[in-house]
Design a protein around this ligand. Structure first.
Ligand code: SAM
Length: 287
């Protein structure tokens, strides 16, 4: 089958199947062979790997993944793309195509079935309208993961990798960094897609920690505190946390915890590191 990373081949397939793009599914297909090669190289895909691709589209990146990986699981929501994928991927017997919403798929079960429960690699040019729920869903459901290498909106990639004190720092930065080490592999121009998106994109690799560098008694409670702190990011941490109505989190207890941590009583959430939030969580948790 012809390489779909080449613009004319993509156009030929779209015309043959009379495909119309669905904006609601965030469909922007890659048409740049260099970017595709760099993603596969950056994701470090080998013939030992089982890869989950979210949103294969017409199969452009799937072709590259099938060439490099042992097994590719491609989950696509748009039923109109399934006959196209059956055609563009017909030369490969190391793939399965699942017509489902990825947010509803039991990825743990897939990892068990196709990779004996060993860590899988996720590679995707993500639909931008659900980037955060997809990434958080993968982490929070404790899918065995080696790494996640994904194309996202450039601004979202920036948010994932920054630290305290920057305007982009927030709940997403902390969640991603709790589970993984982020690194931006490349910035991608809007011209590398059809149709052209309105934003610049970036490929970010999240290499999952083998063992968690931060220890906290109650992960869920820590993330409740983090979300509450950034929901009202212009307020002090004390006000942000106490306005959220979290059980047992009173002004007195937050002041006391800040004092124990040697932090100012007027500090804002955006100044705290991940390990500060872990300590705060251990101090405020009501057992
Ligand atoms: N991988 C292709 C490429 O790089 O050319 C297509 C990428 S396009 C940005 C995103 C793809 O995700 C589309 O094919 C879209 O239909 C699919 N998609 C959108 N929402 C989805 C969901 N909830 N579950 C699975 N696939 C989804």
């Amino acid at each position: 089958m012809a390489n779909l990373g080449i613009y004319s081949n993509t156009i030929e397939v779209l015309e043959k199947f009379n495909f119309s793009f669905q904006k609601k599914y965030g469909q922007n297909f890659l048409i740049d062979t260099h970017i595709l090669e760099n993603i596969i190289e950056g994701a470090n895909i080998t013939k030992d790997d089982c890869v989950l691709e979210i949103g294969p589209g017409i199969g452009t990146m799937t072709q590259y993944l099938c060439e490099s990986a042992r097994m590719v699981i491609a989950v696509e929501i748009d039923k109109n793309l399934i006959p196209i994928l059956n055609e563009t991927l017909k030369d490969y017997d190391n793939k399965i195509i699942i017509n489902e919403d990825v947010l509803k798929v039991d990825i743990n079960a897939l990892a068990k079935e196709y990779n004996n429960g060993r860590p899988i690699k996720v590679v995707a040019n993500l639909p931008y309208y659900i980037t955060t729920p997809i990434i958080m869903g993968l982490f929070e459901s404790h899918v065995p993961l080696d790494s996640i290498t994904v194309m996202v909106q450039k601004e979202v990639a920036d948010r994932m990798q920054v630290g305290p004190g920057t305007k982009d720092y927030g709940a997403l930065s902390l969640a991603v960094q709790y589970y993984a080490k982020p690194s931006v592999l490349m910035v991608v121009s809007a011209n590398c897609f059809i149709p052209r998106p309105n934003v610049d994109s970036a490929v970010i690799k999240l290499t999952c920690h083998e063992s968690n560098p931060i220890s906290v008694n109650n992960e869920q409670f820590m993330f409740t505190l983090i979300r509450a702190s950034f929901n009202q990011r212009r307020k002090t941490l004390v006000n942000g946390l106490t306005n959220a109505g979290i059980d047992g989190v009173t002004k007195e207890r937050v002041y006391e915890a800040l004092e124990k941590m040697d932090l100012s009583p007027t500090i804002r959430g955006e100044a705290l590191t991940l390990s500060d939030f872990a300590k705060l969580s251990d101090l405020l948790e009501v057992k």
